[in-house]
Design a protein. Structure first.
Length: 109
């Protein structure tokens, strides 16, 4: 794996760690979200420090390059996170509608 990609992964992980710690200190992030991002950044560090993992997994999955595997891994994880956030937003929208209707019924009485 290219040294530039490894450096980029570590720098990205440090930035994510710093942002998450800052949000936690300001109480602007829930624990479940912070755990996800800390594990995500930790995976960056592990892949950057032990690139053999990327080589083994990319060979096992049939990728031509470990870099391709790393990029696909990042895209897949972020896609899953976006899907779960979308599902959460849909659930919260339904709750807002239900609460709005309940308040309207109470005020009508």
């Amino acid at each position: 794996m290219n040294i530039a990609l490894r450096i980029f992964l570590v720098i990205g992980a440090v930035i994510v760690f710093a942002m998450v710690i800052r949000k936690i200190r300001k109480s602007e992030m829930q624990a479940s979200d912070s755990v996800f991002w800390l594990l995500f950044a930790g995976a960056f560090v592990v892949i950057a420090l032990i690139p053999q993992i990327a080589f083994v997994v990319s060979d096992w999955l049939g990728f031509d390059s470990p870099s391709n595997f790393v990029f696909l891994f990042v895209i897949a994880i972020l896609f899953i996170k976006a899907f779960t956030l979308s599902a959460d937003v849909a659930r919260l929208r339904q709750k807002v509608v239900a609460l709005t209707q309940e308040i309207a019924l109470r005020e009508k009485r």
